[in-house]
Design a protein around this ligand. Sequence first.
Ligand code: HEM
Length: 501
Amino acid sequence: MDQMTFSTQSHLLYPLVLLLLPLLFIILRFHKSTLPANPPLPPGPKPWPIIGNILSLGMKPHISFAKLAQVHGPLITLQLGSQIMIIGSSPKAAREILKTHDRVCSARHVPHTLHTKSPESNHMSIVWASECTEKWKYLRTICRTELFSSKAIESQANLREDKLKEMVRYLGTKEGKEVNIVEVAFATIINVVSGLCFTKDFIQLDDEKEVGGMKQHIRTIMEVGSAPNFEDYFPILNGLDVQGLHKKFLECVRSMFASWDVLIKERKEAENSEKSTPRDVLDVLLANRFSNDEINHFIFDLFVAGSDSTSSTVEWLMAELMKNPEVMGRVREELAREINSAFVRDSDLPRLSYLNACVKETWRLHPPASLVPHRALETCKIMNYTIPKGSHVCVNLWALGRDPETWEDPLTFNPSRFLDSNIDFKGNDFELIPFSAGRRICPGLPLAAALVPLIVASMVHGLDWYLPGNICATELDMNEKFGITLLKEQPLVLIPKMRKQ
Ligand code: HEM
């Protein structure tokens, strides 16, 4: 009986399987052909032949990219000559690039302008290390332990306070006269960094004397470094430097290195320099047996990465305070309530919660590094799109701060939004990452976070500020007039007046 049933069943089963097999084959084939083997590239504007989307870059690429993101979405592709560029413009895209795919996207795109003569030299730099090599890790460890640990930052408080007192005294001498805010902030920051590195001032606030023409060199480096270099997009031009950008860059680097070589030589010749406790970064680097070239590159990174970014934040914040008198009023009230002496000290900063909220709001609207230039080490998938190996991968920090899906009334300068919020700028909250996030996050964050509020508090405490001539505060065009102020746009000029206590 059982045998019978089985044989009847198998008798029916064979023709059924034979019938179903071709059907299964058709279904699988159809299924395979609708699912591409690789997801596509992120969407983007249609490229022109040869030049691709170069014309979409515009004068301010971060603004052009933000506009393109409104049309094509938070992850877009641009074809720049032969180079693919992927740009992320939402907190989700930023998290995927800088956290989920941190390792794969951690390589640096080094523009041709900033290539130093030998490929070795870029390996000595933290900023321009094309990959996160052992050397890069070692240099970051020196930064973390010797320069920017909480203990190191605390031990540098006296230096910062001294430089701030010099700045306030200088501003007192400029009463009733026009002061270029970014110049003063820049000189103060350069002297803080040169104090850390060489125990020496590089710029005198009250005259134009400066060591090694630093101001002009850093200005030129920022200018040539941010200009698009066609060599980056057309390999056929490699090494020709048709725009002369690389030549200008090298001239500045050589001149700065030559002036530092003199200081390094003096230090090496000083008696017992190796045996005494290290006074500054130069002593630490010499004790770690850095060569002159390595010292120069390390210090170059600190000056170039730290000066313009910090001074432009001070300028934007002062401009926002001038434009928003009620915000300025609250900052003044807080300073009057919390500061009992003529000078603001580091230890006062934790009590200045409204000023700290103003700093965050400035970094939200005006991140100094608006685009973070990384490169994909391997092909990977981000938000269901393919990111090919070697693509430039950027996060548009400027777009993140103005994303209407994240921020209420995003274009309004409203520091109060941060008063009851846990959002911080330390790389964990992807809606606010002015220092980036992941393994390449800015190592100078602790110094900048201490310096910016200290400089602004020192400028505002005890001084009233006026716009020159007939400029009215409401006329300040915050989006167009300032921008990267060290470049060719108009700097913020204000007139200080001592306040009667
Ligand atoms: C307001 C001030 C500053 C801002 C907003 C800022 C922001 C940034 C950003 C966005 C990056 C790129 C990170 C990435 O590639 O993902 C960076 C890198 C860097 N920053 Fe800053 N920075 C500031 C101040 C400083 C200061 C004061 C120093 C040191 C004195 C410094 C040293 C560096 C260095 C060495 C790098 C390269 C890191 C690497 O490639 O591994 N920065 N910074």
